[in-house]
Design a protein around this ligand. Structure first.
Ligand code: ADP
Length: 609
């Protein structure tokens, strides 16, 4: 019984856990989940800011001051020419320009710019994919440069640029990102690729090809630790020296002139597009990457968390379960942070939602399960008390007889015959009382597995006849006829307990049958068994009731309304006695057409024959 309940409980927890898991997975697909993941991602950046051992680039910023001092945005090409010339003089490894130079400008300006481009060490110019094609630089400029795309089209609702695509394809042409081209120029390596990564020289970049290109998460250095030099400062020799052997990114940072501005996960002020490209470049050269965890481990982890929460509540009692579950919750919250430090971007929402849902689901299931059990055990206790009342009531009959008889002896002068008769009665009634007490004690001990069954050999006919004789007065009162069929076989076991069992089946048959019916008892050997059956023509039971009748204190509705006294423990004791003898109790019954209870004992050891 206990096992069955434990199985049911476990199945209940499994169902709760499965529901929670499915709900968490469904919630994980909602767009809000992505926003929460992004929020957590940014938080992780602030919590564990990127630290780089060396910097490989410098941003030369065409800022408001540079524009104002040199004739404004209309003189951008002249300003750029000066920037390239000054930067080239500092002997950098390469120069990357984040400016779209697709339209021809003033002839003089363009030819000066062309000359500057030609004399630059390694030059990478920007191109962008727009609706009607690539915005490549005019050919006289493009001739002396590599082209890198500066397209950043990450769709983030909060405007934070967390990744760029290393490649962009359109109008029959594929272009690498400006940062990647700059890295190629800086390392002098070749770019080779496979579907899962891109390699520049010795650096393997885990940027698998997806629908939107090859996304690379940018590991931004925290604000304030980026190398940005205003163009105006290049006059200063010390600032100029910083450009040596670095890759110089030139771009407009002026708020009024630059159209490309981005937010970083650190929050704070927006940064210009050229800084985003420089950070992407630093990410590439640094060699430490943030890679998204694939779906399978994420789903696996969520499942693990859900199953663990279910197991905790199903196996651990009380507050310990809550404490363990709190630890599990903490682990689910901390795990993505731990992985982030190790370069893996793990979704935050899914595991956390699984953990909370499983916690709430399993805890409520436990709470209500425990409450239900409590209610059940309270009901059992009430019935147990009823049973005690009933037992004490039963004991009153012999006690009253003893009391009355002893009073007779004391009060009246009785002749010897009468005295002997009364003494015999007192003796037999006190034996009956002792027998009742012994039986109840035996049965209690039997249910705790403490009693040693006697091993007597007796014909089943003897036991049945003795029980029938005791039950007859009861039957006669209801005009019920007890018929004994053929009584074969010998029983090995505890005769007193076995008789208790048969007597119980007989009295039940009498109690739950209408007057004028018959009860038949027979026993016969069947294969390796001895079957002893008590058949009545009484109220019977339906299949649902049959499942419960061996439970202590259970009574059917029919029994409750029949007016027959009962405790609902008799059958559970009969069941224990029979299984204590290595046998089983079988019952077939139908409402309105009687029941047949059979004690089936094995013909060989330990019980019979
Ligand atoms: P009780 O003291 O109520 O008779 P038992 O444990 O002996 O307790 O029986 C449990 C319940 O099984 C009874 O209350 C009754 O509902 C049902 N039952 C037992 N024997 C019969 C029978 N022969 N016919 C119909 N119902 C029966």
């Amino acid at each position: 019984m206990k096992k069955r309940w434990a199985g049911r409980r476990l199945a209940g927890y499994a169902a709760v856990a499965a529901t929670c898991f499915v709900l968490a997975m469904l919630a994980g697909w909602m767009p809000q989940a992505g926003e929460i993941d992004n929020y957590a991602y940014d938080w992780m950046f602030r919590w564990a800011p990127v630290q780089r051992s060396a910097s490989h680039s410098v941003v030369v910023a065409i800022d408001d001051a540079a524009l104002n001092a040199n004739g404004g945005i209309r003189k951008l090409r002249t300003i750029l020419t000066r920037a390239i010339q000054e930067a080239s003089a500092a002997k950098p490894k390469a120069i990357a320009v984040d400016l779209i130079l697709a339209d021809p400008g003033d002839e003089g300006e363009d030819s000066r710019l062309e000359a500057a481009c030609k004399s630059a060490p390694h030059l990478v110019l920007a191109t962008d994919l727009v609706r009607n094609g690539w915005e490549d630089p005019i050919s006289r400029l493009a001739r002396s440069a590599a082209l890198g795309h500066v397209h950043s089209d990450e769709v983030s609702t909060d405007g934070v640029t967390r990744e760029i695509s290393l490649e962009k394809t359109g109008f029959g042409q594929r272009r690498w990102a400006l940062a990647l081209e700059a890295a190629r120029a800086a390392t002098g390596g070749m770019i080779t690729e496979s579907p899962s990564d891109v390699q520049i020289g010795s650096i393997l970049v885990p940027a698998a090809r997806r629908e939107a290109g090859r996304p690379l998460r940018i590991r931004y250095a925290p604000p304030g630790s980026r190398n940005v030099i205003p163009l105006g400062d290049l006059k200063n020799g010390a600032a100029l020296a910083e450009l040596r052997d670095k890759v110089v990114f030139i771009g407009v940072t002026s708020l009024s002139a630059a159209r490309d501005r981005a937010k970083t996960p650190y929050g704070g002020d927006d940064i210009s597009g050229v800084e985003v490209h420089a950070e992407a470049f630093e990410t590439l050269l640094d060699g430490h990457f943030l890679v998204d965890a694939s779906n399978l481990p994420v789903v696996g982890f969520c499942l693990l968390i859900t199953v663990t929460a279910g197991l905790i509540f199903s196996a651990v009692p009380g507050w310990t379960a809550y404490a363990l579950a709190a630890m599990l919750l903490a682990a689910a919250h901390a795990f993505p942070f731990f992985l982030f430090r190790n370069g893996i971007v793990f979704p935050y929402f899914g595991p956390v939602a699984s953990a909370w849902l499983a916690f709430a689901g399993a805890a409520s299931y436990q709470h209500f399960g425990v409450r239900r059990q409590l209610r059940k055990s309270e009901a059992d206790r009430a019935r147990y008390q009823q049973a005690i009342h009933f037992v004490t009531h039963e004991m009153r009959t012999p006690l009253t007889a003893i009391q009355g008889s002893s009073e007779l002896i004391g009060r009246y002068n009785l002749n010897d015959d009468k005295r002997r008769q009364i003494a015999e009665m007192i003796n037999s009634e006190s034996k009956r009382l002792a027998g009742m007490i012994r039986t109840f004690l035996d049965i209690e001990r039997l249910s705790e597995g403490q009693v040693e069954l006697k091993q007597e050999l007796f014909p089943s006919a003897d036991a049945v006849q003795a029980c029938a004789a005791r039950a007859r007065p009861l039957a006669e009162r209801k005009e019920i006829h007890i018929e004994l069929g053929s009584l074969e076989g010998t029983i090995r076991g505890d005769r007193e307990l076995m008789e208790y069992a048969v007597y119980n089946l007989l009295t039940n048959a009498i109690k739950y049958s209408p007057p004028g019916t018959a009860i038949t008892v027979w026993s016969r050997a069947e294969g390796g068994f001895l079957r002893l059956s008590v058949q009545d023509q009484g109220m019977g039971m339906d299949a649902k009731e049959l499942r419960h009748i061996f439970r202590k204190f259970y009574r059917t509705r029919g029994a409750e309304t029949s007016g027959e006294a009962g405790t609902g423990i008799g059958l559970s004791l009969v069941d224990q006695i029979v299984s204590g003898h290595g046998g089983r109790l079988e019952v077939t019954s139908k409402p309105g057409s009687g029941s047949c209870f059979s004690i089936v004992l094995p013909a060989r050891a330990p019980a019979l024959l």
